[in-house]
Design a protein around this ligand. Structure first.
Ligand code: UD1
Ligand code: CA
Length: 447
């Protein structure tokens, strides 16, 4: 089975430098919603027809998706001609790349119905209150025709059943029909819709829920469709035992998995490949990308990207976990703390104003307020190792590469440039000197 996705158009009304189908719905480019539905419907081979700024569309597609280029946009039929080499004897599904809400179940139903009835083509239609702009379905003498809006006569304009642009063809039929297309119509285009008129066995399937075939032509529709996608995902998660306090301000991508009794607080974005365990609290005002969050974790007003937060850990408010951050079981990352390529060990705490980069912290360590690992000399990055039960005094600068031994202590305000042996105290700052009475005269005179 082959799916052909038509995505060569520029999408003039988007008023964009980007091709229409590369605009995002939640975290995923529009065209990939269609590709995903085809895959879920069991379509093994997917060919995307690209044209306007083709490379920008090709770049966002999965590796297993094939592409062909349509250099001039001479119509939907012409676009399918570009994929001629993929038209075999199996089922061919043709679908526009700008209808991202189409469900796999609907595609499956279409494919099944066409096969059962032995049709050349079965295509999806709807009956909207206002049919203008769409191709009208003309049925007479057992045949089906699609008349494009611009080619309709007065009688045809009144027809309310319209083409949604999603078709299931028999391969042998479309392979021949596509060769016979002409462009003698008002737009001088090769219309894919004309192939329907050539079929001796064609039928329509009227869609139950017209929301599924909402097309995107402008930014307002992009927003409308995004809202529906958001609602679908949030509702599905709530049905599976996740509390979403305010679904209107909660944005969750289609690949995200969340365990039961987890609460997602308002103004939260969870995008990409994310797994969140059970009984967590995420948000308010947090963003989590491509990360693994285990059970009983709290992430409050924080940014988390390509990180792993283990069971019982606390993150935030105002923390930033960057790629490679690992927060071990029951560890705490507090306010204004940043971790990059660093592991904070079990039950260890970095609660205030800290940067840990390229650092490994053992278990039960305490990283004092204002601790900074100086991991970069302007050219290279170096590692810091902090042992179990170590106590890093407030406002320490740890100049990497450096190792702080087990249970060692650094004095507050130290610049630590050399390794500290286990169980030792390191003081890396000038001793305080008190110059007695230095200001007494001066101050008393002022009084
Ligand atoms: C098409 C149908 C119309 C249907 C409507 C539903 C035809 C002739 N008409 O009209 O019956 O009611 O969709 O939305 O098919 N594309 C290409 N190459 C081209 C032209 C278009 O790849 O040369 C792509 C576009 O990027 C878009 C899709 O095909 O994704 C549909 O094209 P569009 O121009 O929007 O067709 P409509 O005029 O809306
Ligand atoms: Ca259209």
């Amino acid at each position: 089975m082959t799916g052909i996705v038509l995505a060569a158009g520029l999408g003039k009304r988007m008023k964009s430098n980007l091709p229409k189908v590369s605009h995002l719905i939640l975290d995923r480019p529009m065209v990939n919603w269609v590709v995903r539905s085809l895959k879920e419907a069991g379509v093994q081979r997917i060919v995307v027809v690209t044209g306007y700024r083709a490379e920008l569309v090709e770049e966002v597609l999965d590796r297993d998706v094939l592409t062909v280029r349509q250099l001039e946009q001479l119509g939907t039929g012409h676009a399918v001609m570009m994929a001629k080499e993929f038209l075999d004897d199996e089922d061919i599904i043709v679908i526009a790349g700008d209808e991202p809400l189409i469900k796999a179940s609907t595609l499956k139903e279409m494919i099944g119905k066409r096969r059962d009835k032995g049709l050349d083509v079965l295509f999806l239609t709807m009956v909207p209150p206002d049919p203008s702009g769409y191709g009208r379905i003309v049925k007479k003498d057992g045949r089906v025709l699609i008349v494009e809006d611009k080619d309709t006569n007065e009688e045809e304009r009144k027809i309310r059943e319209v083409n949604t642009g999603i078709y299931s063809f028999s391969g042998s039929f479309i392979r021949e029909a596509i060769e016979k297309l002409q462009n003698n119509n008002s737009q001088h285009e090769y219309y894919l819709t004309d192939t329907v008129g050539m079929a001796s066995r064609a039928d329509t399937m009227i869609i139950d829920d017209p929301e599924e075939v909402l097309g995107i032509n402008n930014r307002q529709q992009l927003c409308q469709v995004s809202k529906i996608a958001q609602k679908r995902i949030n509702n599905a998660l709530m049905d599976c035992g996740v509390t979403i306090v305010d679904p209107d301000t909660t944005y969750i991508g289609p690949e995200v998995k969340i365990g039961i009794d987890t609460v997602i607080e308002p103004m939260t974005f969870i995008y990409g490949s994310v797994t969140i365990g059970a009984s967590c609290v995420i948000g308010p005002m947090s963003r989590v990308f491509d990360s693994t969050i285990e059970d009983d974790v709290q992430i409050i007003r924080s940014e988390v990207s390509q990180a792993h937060v283990k069971t019982g850990a606390r993150v935030g408010p105002f923390s930033r976990l960057r790629p490679g951050a690992v927060v071990m079981e029951e560890a705490h990352v507090g306010n204004y703390v940043e971790l990059k390529k660093s592991t904070l060990g079990r039950r260890s705490k970095a609660q205030h104003l800290t940067y840990l980069g390229d650092t490994t912290v053992g278990e039960d360590a305490n990283i004092g307020a204002g601790t900074i690992t100086c991991n970069y000399d302007g050219k290279n990055k170096y590692k810091t190792v902090i042992g179990d039960k170590a106590f890093i005094g407030s406002n320490s600068s740890l100049v990497a590469p450096v190792e702080i031994g087990e249970a060692a202590v650094t004095a507050a305000g130290s610049a630590i440039t050399e390794d500290v042996p286990p169980f030792s105290l390191a003081i890396g700052r000038a001793r305080q000197i008190n110059k007695e009475d230095k200001y007494r005269k001066n101050r008393e005179d002022n009084d």
